[in-house]
Design a protein around this ligand. Structure first.
Ligand SMILES: *Cc1c(COP(=O)(O)O)cnc(C)c1O
Length: 399
């Protein structure tokens, strides 16, 4: 039984959430994840998944998951260091570092866990940590767990390199300095200025950590992520990323980077040591995803063309977009009610997109965030642009 005091407190918090406009309702999908999904008893086109390469229900991945299930079973019933390390787990780690061009890598249950286990392991009281203001929640939580004292935790304004340099100066007396940034920021789809970050890191003797969850598999000409896009692969010390987005979309995360760092993580990183090993079907499917990506860049190329086609269509229709080339395309509406009304009407038109409003984005920056997938074809993209145009006209957003 909950005490009335506890009930009252929970009710107050729930009302607060509802009143502030951030209450999250979940739409139920009754089909596999894909470009076209069943929602509310009908088919709609999905433009809000992280299914960048269209691998979530790809037959090769499904078959590989089945095969791993048959050959290696359902679960490992162990953490890695007791009896949870399968041959395919080690194979996946080698393949991931081979793909990204790093010395080694280590698997986690999620990228959230990877970020939760990195900073505490790598840094101590004598060290400093310097983070972009808009970093992902899992980085923020991971940083919280580190023993770095308050006066050596720095946050610079988003992508502000003068701000970063000032933090590095203030951190000059620390033993080690570590800069951490998202490779791609999920609300705007903008890329971290990695060349400038690596320059500053070298000048001020700092480590560079990039969370490339919204980039691994498709950003960069061969899909190796933001370090490849900027040509700084050798200058980034650690990449954290997810198997839950472009690389199949199930779950799982990893850290790839310098061998010494990975070695220490295997000995000390708490989410790695004290949480279960990834299930074989996920490992098998992730290997199949890498097979596909190493064979051909066709999917990431199509994704790039899809993002361009959508951006061009929407700009021609008169919509304001956040500039860029990432498959995250923010359609700016600057009004919470308008953003929500458009998203609702678009769903009626068979286009599933989501509105992001204050306080999830800054005041006046209300938007619909569209995400393209390699599984979209030209017809789907044109239908989305046509629906946006019709609904946008209805709401006086475009002429
Ligand atoms: C999605 C995301 C994560 C979390 O990934 P999971 O594997 O789902 O835990 C972490 N960091 C960033 C930047 C992300 O976008």
């Amino acid at each position: 039984m909950l005490h009335p005091r506890t009930i009252a407190r929970l009710d107050a918090t729930l009302s607060e959430i509802a009143d502030s406009g951030v209450w999250k309702d979940e739409r139920v999908i009754a089909s596999p994840q894909g470009a076209s999904i069943a929602v509310g008893g009908r088919r709609v086109l999905n433009f809000c998944a992280n299914n960048y390469l269209g691998l979530s229900s790809h037959p090769d991945l499904v078959a590989a998951a089945h095969r791993a299930l048959d050959e290696r079973g359902y679960g490992m019933s162990s953490v890695r260091f007791i009896c949870g390390t399968g041959d395919i787990h080690r194979e996946l780690e080698c393949r991931l570092s081979g793909f990204l061009g790093t010395e080694d890598s280590i698997l986690y249950s999620s990228c959230f866990d990877a970020n939760g286990g990195l900073f505490e392991t790598l840094l101590g009281q004598e060290d400093a940590i310097i983070a972009d203001k808009l970093n992902h929640a899992s980085i923020i939580d991971g940083v919280r767990l580190a023993k770095v004292p308050k006066e050596r935790r720095f946050v610079y304004a988003h992508a502000d390199m003068a701000g970063l340099e000032e933090c590095l100066r203030q951190a000059a007396s620390a033993r080690d300095r570590l800069i951490v940034t998202d490779g791609v920021f999920s609300m705007d789809g903008d890329l971290a200025p990695l060349p400038a970050i690596c320059d500053l890191a070298e000048r001020h003797d700092a480590l560079v950590v990039v969370d490339d969850s919204h980039a691994t598999g498709f950003v960069g000409k061969r899909g190796r992520g933001t370090p490849e896009h900027f040509g700084v692969q050798a200058r980034v010390d650690v990449v954290t990323s997810t198997l839950g987005k472009a690389l199949g979309g199930a779950s799982g995360g990893f850290i790839a980077g310098r061998a010494k760092i990975i070695q220490l993580l295997r000995q000390r990183s708490r989410p790695y040591l004290f949480s279960n090993s990834l299930p074989p079907p996920i490992v098998g499917a992730a290997l199949a995803a890498l097979d596909l990506l190493e064979k051909s860049t066709e999917r990431r190329d199509r994704l790039e063309r899809n993002a361009l086609r959508f951006r061009e269509g929407m700009e021609k229709a008169g919509f304001e977009l956040k500039p860029g080339s990432h498959p995250i395309v923010p359609v700016m509406l600057h009004d919470a009610r308008k953003a929500q009304a458009l998203a609702k009407d678009l769903l009626e038109e068979g286009i599933y997109v989501v509105a992001f409003t204050y306080p999830v984005v800054p005041k006046g920056q209300d938007r619909i965030r569209v995400q393209l997938s390699a599984d979209h074809d030209d017809g789907m993209i044109d239908r989305a642009v046509a629906a946006f145009t019709a609904v946008g006209r209805r709401h006086g957003v475009v002429k």
